[in-house]
Design a protein. Sequence first.
Length: 432
Amino acid sequence: MATERGAAALLRAVGLLPDGPVIWGRPLTSKAPGVYLVEIAEPKPHAPIEINRVGKWIERLPALKLDGVHPTSRALVARLGSLWLPQETVLFAGATTGSVGGRVLALAHHVLGDRRPHAEGQWLHTLVGIERARIWWAETDATEEYLDAIFDAFADGAGPRAGGPGGSLDGRPAGALLLPWANTRRSTGERQAHGISGAIAPDETAAPAPTHVVTIAPGDADGARAEDRGTGVIRTGPRAGGPVPGRGDRPARARPSAAMRATPSTPSTAARRDAAARAARVEAVPMTRDALARLELELHELTQIRRPGVVARIKAAREHGDLKENAEYQAAREEQSFLEGRVRLLEDRKRHAVIVDDVVTGMVALGSVVVVEVDGDTMTYSIVGTTDADPAAGRISTSSPVGAALIGAVAGSDVEVRTPRGSALYRVLEVR
């Protein structure tokens, strides 16, 4: 990789012809798809963050959290500053399949905390002097591929430079990626370890149309999704504009409620706060210690073994030529995207895990091992949470028809389990 610093050098390092620079906020002439980079003139030893801007950002978003807690301005400034790379001038890299000029202008006019038009690079708006930043760009149809290559080239240079005079990676959050400072994720889905959530206003989407709910016996919901079987509830009903049962083919007319007729379309402050509160709530994931151990083992394999292998294949494939027509490169990127999605899911489950230690002796509950007899066969089940269910391995969740029916049973109980295939009588032989 090139040893020269800066946005133009990064673009050349991945085989693109750089264009620019243009001062932040001024229009670009390009209307083609491409990649773009934001840089400052000289490296700075510390992030020039304006604490008052951060304070207004926090005040505006009640759901904003740092490591799960509503932060002070100083705490959030410190976390943002911990990701700063003092030897680097490139602060952000982006891509668009639309107009580069329009996308860069949207970035410059973004308001900190808004969802649109350019929330991904919004950390730039916390900086003093950002109006003096420069924009470099290059036109290309392979936008995601080249953006990914830019991130790799940046990391290849930023790591060694951080070990030089005045540079250090000490104090960064555990697992932090070597990305331009204002980038919070890669195009493949891998996210920066910044610990910040709720940093943009929640999406004000319309409430779904009410559905007709028909309650039936548990297990009769044949054809329902696996996680819904045995709940005893099927949701049915017409969509707005669709035919109404008993009225032939006449379309249903959407009838607004009195509240909808009396209020304007713009959401009120109270509605925004309610939406923010809903966005801030997360559900706990009940989990046994064995389940947590299996989760951590899979997470270790994905991040420490499979992830480096995928990254190595991407780098090797990129050397074979044009990224857009490179099948090997595309396959490696798809694998990386799937892997990172699985890593995020497991990390989220681990973050919200609630370990169940207090299992009621002699009674089936989450964490119990229960031996049952059904149709003359003896089977052993472990009762686990929905995220750890694996019926083939004998782990059934508390929301499955069998698991839900067994909850609360004791040795000697006869439990009728109703499933879409019919009823079965389970005799509980042992609970441990």
